[in-house]
Ligand binder design. Sequence first.
Ligand code: OAD
Length: 229
Amino acid sequence: MKKVLVLTGAGISAESGLKTFRDSDGLWENYNVYDVATPQAWTKNPALVQEFYNKRRQQCATAKPNNGHLALADLEKDFEVQIITQNVDDLHEKAGSSNILHLHGELTKARSSKDEKLIYDVRDKEIKMGDLCEKGSQLRPHIVWFGEMVPNIEIAQEMMHEADYLFIIGTSLNVYPAAGLVHFVPAHCQTFLIDPNDCPAGNISNLTILKEGAGTGVPKAIKIIREKV
Ligand code: OAD
């Protein structure tokens, strides 16, 4: 089976009602990202950080996968599909995709603020100040904040080497190291960029741009590769 690697960003979840990060007002759901998504923010005002992610978790609990997520899950009938997502929502999981690597963490999990290996499922529950890990440290959202290491990046780079096709969906390719992954694909790989807005494609070779939303763009890209089988 040919292998499809899929790099997704906030745009794939836009049609499910979740806001992207770089909307024109420069705010993320009315918060400045540096007040809620950095280690400094956690040191300065952990209660605000918890409140922000508790709200995101609640919002995510009721969100449903859209046609873009669902088409990727269905693609597993004919291709080996590996999703690498920058998103912290669980819409790829809800759609039924089997192989999902989260680069920036997951809203449905908490982790110890002292030992990053202690990770717990919280699903749609709030994390409160005073909630502790088994070693007695405060629990924090299981999110990779700005300025933190991305633990899964090397695994993702290895995965890219095996791509026959790469779908880049709904990401502004602004945030590194995730944005750099697109350069790890082999020369024979055909890449599709699906985004309704102009997005820096850089020097990606063998590139097809579908300038539209994920709900229609993903099925179109899939039709093209299915016709080649
Ligand atoms: P951005 O908000 O930077 O980019 C979203 C992209 O989605 C833009 O290029 C939009 O044009 C596009 N878009 C909007 N509507 C769409 C639709 N219906 N279908 C497809 N695309 C659409 O989000 P990311 O690139 O995901 O990190 O941001 C990367 C990282 O920066 C995030 O993971 C997050 C953020 O800060 C952390 O939280 C650590």
